[in-house]
Ligand binder design. Sequence first.
Ligand code: ING
Length: 310
Amino acid sequence: MSRILKIGAAQSGPVQKADSREKTVARLLELMKQAKGQGCDLVVFTELALTTFFPRYYAEDRAEMDPWFEAAMPNPATQPLFEFSRDNAIGFSLGYAELTPEGEHFNTQVLIDKSGEVVGKYRKVHLPGHAEFESERSFQHLEKRYFLPGNIGFPVWHTMGGNIGMCICNDRRWPETFRVMGLQGVEMVVLGYNTPSANSLKSTESADTRKHQSLLSMQAGAYQNATWVVGVAKAGDEDGHHMIGETCIVDPDGYVVAQAETEDDELVTYDCDLDATRFLKESTFNFAAHRRIEHYGRITSQTGAEPPEE
Ligand code: ING
């Protein structure tokens, strides 16, 4: 028995500050057309796919950043993606900066099914970086300034024949992200990331280390929850700030089965058999048979580490 979901991981090259939404959407649409041409069922776009990674810039007045946000989804600029999805029966997942009618700001990813309808929304829970300007940093990472922590949790939806969940960028570094979805039977986690290839506080940390830790996080999340994981980068040099590529598709055994070769717009495809998750879910990671939740209390009752008395 196999349930094949053909995935198109649509890596974005850099998006510059001056690039219009229309120009950027045209690039995404081109990748979606390539994916359709290769028979993909679902195209995964990156985090904040419509704009440059604007949290690298400081603004005293947060409202100055509102032009980077979308007040609706779909909207006129992104409508071409939704129309292509509906007209060609291909789903997609898109990351963008969300401004709600109530005036709240989130780093958001939506899941669109083959009818072009929004079936799921996720708001980034783990916001890395800082909220105030920090002069000691070689560059700023102000997601805590411009976004609220996500308030939807980590949902999983049954759609396109499987159990699909989403997360965003830094979320992949926290095992809780994948486990909460694993406890909902997730079979495919799709995520985008904009990951600087340098550490703003530790100049000796290499790009190779950053790439290693990005892949390690996704491979561990996949294997430990018997799920596919699709990680899609916005890569390359944005305004002098380089971000890693390494867009990849990871199978439930934790193997990277497909990976991007460039730091530009690039489609990475793979026939993902959702039934390949079954063996581990029914053996090694049969959560019902093996987990001992009576010993896990610290995970939800304690935020920071509390080391033993010396
Ligand atoms: N970017 C980075 C990420 O989590 C980061 C920030 C990089 C945090 C490396 C810690 C270590 O991939 C975003 N946008 O979260």
